[in-house]
Ligand binder design. Structure first.
Ligand code: PRP
Length: 204
């Protein structure tokens, strides 16, 4: 039995579709249920940012998580495969036409990814004050809470509709399959079998 942690939302559904194609079986969560037991698998429906905790602690043997979440949390896990879904960019954004002066003493940065933001500005020798938020990041520069934001951009619609523009792309991200380190040893055969089947599907 392999326990798989999935990030609630579109990526969970797309991952289940991959499993359906690979294993020729229907994988569907009932309504609000958070666990799905089927065949050799147990799927867990988890909040995106919580995936590293489930996999690091061994509550899940494998998990699906964005590269951005791995960059933010740096969990000690085995990185197995790029699933090539959930593609997005992590960007610095600002009010359109109002690019801030990056040489000012302390630029205010609103973000839900403080680690990535801190590292990016440190690497560019920019003094930044990081303001950690949990959502609606695009609001911060509009009402003067911050000078810039560091956030996920997928279609760009949220930034555009709020009069923001991307000034820099920090990294590209997509969903990755990761494994718990001990599961990877104890259940090596099953995990490698899963890896190979999914890899050949994803890489066509
Ligand atoms: C992300 C991000 C933006 C939006 C970008 O939030 O914080 O608000 O998506 O997408 P777009 O470029 O296609 O408009 P998400 O919906 O993942 O919600 P969250 O804040 O709960 O993580």
């Amino acid at each position: 039995m392999i326990t798989v942690a999935l990030p609630k939302g579109r990526i969970a559904n797309q991952t289940l579709e991959i499993f359906e194609s690979v294993f020729k079986s229907e994988f569907k969560f009932e309504d609000r249920k958070l666990i799905l037991n089927q065949g050799d698998f147990r799927f867990l429906m988890v909040r995106n940012q919580d995936i590293p905790a489930y996999v690091v602690e061994g509550a899940a043997d494998v998990g699906v998580v964005g590269l951005d979440v791995l960059a933010e949390h740096r969990p000690d896990v085995v990185r197995l495969l790029d699933l090539k879904i959930g593609k997005c960019r992590i960007c610095v954004g600002t009010v359109a036409g109002k690019e801030p002066d990056f040489t000012q003493p302390e630029i205010k940065v609103a973000t839900k990814m403080p680690q990535i933001a801190r590292e990016y500005f440190a690497n560019h020798a920019i003094a930044a004050k990081i303001i950690k938020l949990y959502g609606s990041i695009e609001l911060a520069p509009l009402i003067g809470l911050s000078d810039v934001i560091v956030d996920v951009v997928e279609t760009g619609a949220t930034m555009k509709q709020n009069g923001l523009t991307v000034t820099h792309t920090i990294m590209q991200s997509s969903a990755h399959l990761i494994a718990n380190k001990s599961s990877y040893i104890v259940k090596k055969e099953a995990i490698l079998d899963l890896y190979e089947k999914i890899a050949s599907h994803v890489n066509g």
